[in-house]
Design a protein around this ligand. Structure first.
Ligand code: NAD
Length: 508
């Protein structure tokens, strides 16, 4: 369709390869290539050589060599570097937006107004966080000693990111790690390496030393597993599916690494009968369709209290049917394609199987005509599914919202908690007591009240239950990329200390 032969602005700069090691782009040495495909058209836009395990070794070696120097910089120096980094990103904002839209199929308005500004704001946040190491006060807790806490960087961090928000995920992994004085090797998803590479390149341009930020672009089973198991990597930070997260956890655990897992989600959207119906409907459509539903916090299960149920289904279906699906680069497009044809077919499979036990109220098909060659899927609302059915329980990762009724508040909250996941949720009510109860009793890392989706750099993002553990963004994330050391000074200057007698001798 549109934009045949579309190029991204920085294409020529990435001609040297898709591995960013020691401040330079190089070609992967696996002997195999991979193509970045524009999912709106199916055309290949960038072909690159995949990383081998030797490339991962080279990247870890570069990060290891850069670690002592970077760890020795002052918080103020790291903060200055990150402020310069934020400024370079702001200068290149349009280039990032174009490349992200091209490789993911995201409408330009989403990359221009969400992915890119969010990343710049994160960078500025961690520039500030670098100077705010927090800890317990130094003090004479034993009476005979002065104790204090040092927060130290951990070493080389190995991070693995998914394809749904490649730029933001790279930022969420890289920024707290380097702000805290670590160096890092990031493996982006093989479908979407472009903006991670441009992010690392921009860091070099901002004066962040070579080797502090490295990117290896390879397959999960090969480059990914090698990075997680690498003996010189001290911490693994992974964002992706729960299934792959379990495998990553096994490898990281067997090599005794600090581990941070941001996994799948199946966010409930709980509408009580006193809610503002129109606000809930608008919120459900925006919250379920953001990024074509490929968002780990997207609203996926709307539970609506019986008196509002029919009106909610009808209004939501009507609003969804008016959402403009199309070319991500065209003005007026609301919803782009899924990341790939394989993902589109996977989503269609969930909906097609659900036809046997539920009602597809709107959508449930791939648009034809001009959009036929892209990985598009219509906004879809499914009603009347049983709570234990696949479409209610499994992570679909597409523009599909399931809606179910409930009667009592107890039942609504129980249903909201009834999946293995616990990443995010929202509660819709004008009664402060009801809403407050939902925030306490829903088991999720984030609960919104009368909204669904907004994130901010200052607040943590991360899961409960099978959605993983560890936090991205915020001071909590910064702390996770440090290790805490207790330092204890003797103040008595006595050779035979009183406590020694518990080990030897009989001093009174
Ligand atoms: P995925 O798990 O298939 O892949 C994620 C990354 O892991 C990719 O870089 C992939 O190459 C790599 N990988 C695959 N197999 C591996 C292995 N054996 N060892 C090491 N690395 C391996 O996930 P995806 O399909 O790219 O992304 C979608 C998933 O990510 C969804 O489940 C979504 O919920 C989740 N996600 C979670 C968050 C969060 O913050 N919790 C954010 C975004 C996405």
């Amino acid at each position: 369709m549109h934009n045949p032969g579309h190029r991204f602005q920085a294409q020529d700069r990435l001609a040297d390869g898709a591995q960013y090691i020691g401040g330079r782009l190089t070609k992967g040495t696996s002997g195999r290539t991979h193509a970045v495909v524009n999912p709106a058209t199916g055309e290949e836009v960038y072909t690159y050589e995949l990383a081998s395990t030797a490339d991962v070794d080279a990247a870890v070696a570069a990060a290891r060599a850069a670690f002592p120097g970077w760890a020795a910089t002052t918080p103020g120096e790291r903060s200055d570097a990150l402020h310069r980094f934020a400024a370079v990103l702001a200068e290149r904002a349009e280039e990032f937006a174009q490349a992200e839209s091209l490789q993911c199929g995201k409408p330009l308005k989403l990359t221009r107004e969400f992915d890119v500004p969010g990343t710049i704001d994160n960078t500025a946040f961690f520039a500030g966080a670098a100077r705010h190491l927090q800890g317990q006060s130094a003090g004479e807790y034993s009476g005979d000693h002065t104790s204090y806490v040092r927060r130290e960087p951990i070493g080389v961090v190995g991070s693995i990111a998914p394809w749904n928000y490649p730029l933001q995920m790279a930022a969420w992994k890289i920024l707290p790690a380097v702000a805290a004085g670590n160096t890092i090797v990031l493996k982006p998803a093989e479908l979407t390496p472009l903006t991670s590479l441009l992010f690392a390149e921009a860091a070099t341009h901002a004066g962040i030393p070579d080797g502090v930020i490295n990117v290896v672009t390879g397959l999960g089973r090969e480059a990914g597993e090698h990075l997680v198991g690498h003996p010189d990597v001290a911490m693994t930070s992974f964002t992706g599916s729960t299934a792959v997260g379990k495998r990553v956890a096994e490898i990281a655990t067997s090599t005794v690494k600090r581990l941070h897992l941001e996994l799948g989600g199946k966010a409930p959207f709980l509408v009580f009968d006193d809610a503002d119906l129109e606000a809930a409907v608008q919120g459900a459509v925006a919250g379920s369709l953001i990024n074509t539903g490929q968002d780990c916090t997207a609203a996926t299960r709307a539970y609506v209290q019986r008196p509002l149920y029919d009106a909610f289904v009808e209004r939501t279906a009507a609003l969804m049917a008016g959402v403009r699906v199309g070319d991500p680069f065209a003005a007026g497009t609301d919803l782009g394609p899924l990341i790939s044809h394989a993902q589109r077919d996977r989503v269609a499979g969930f909906v097609d199987r659900a036809r046997g036990y539920a009602r597809v109220v709107t959508g449930g098909e791939a648009p034809q005509g001009d959009l036929k060659s892209g990985a598009f899927y219509a906004p879809t609302l499914v009603a009347d599914a049983a709570q234990d059915s696949e479409i209610v329980q499994a992570e679909i990762f597409g523009p599909v919202l399931v809606v179910l009724p409930f009667d009592t508040d107890d039942e609504g909250i129980a249903l909201a908690n009834d999946t293995p996941y616990g990443l995010a949720a929202s509660a819709w009510s004008r009664d402060v007591y009801r809403a407050n109860r939902a925030t306490r009793e829903i088991k999720a890392g984030c609960v919104w009240v009368n909204d669904h989706i907004p994130i901010i750099s200052e607040m943590p993002h991360g899961g409960y239950k099978a959605s993983g553990f560890g936090k991205d963004m915020s001071a909590y994330s910064f702390e996770e990329y440090t290790q805490v050391k207790h330092v204890m000074f003797d103040n008595t200057a006595v050779a035979e200390k009183d406590w020694h007698r518990t080990v030897f001798g009989d001093r009174p």
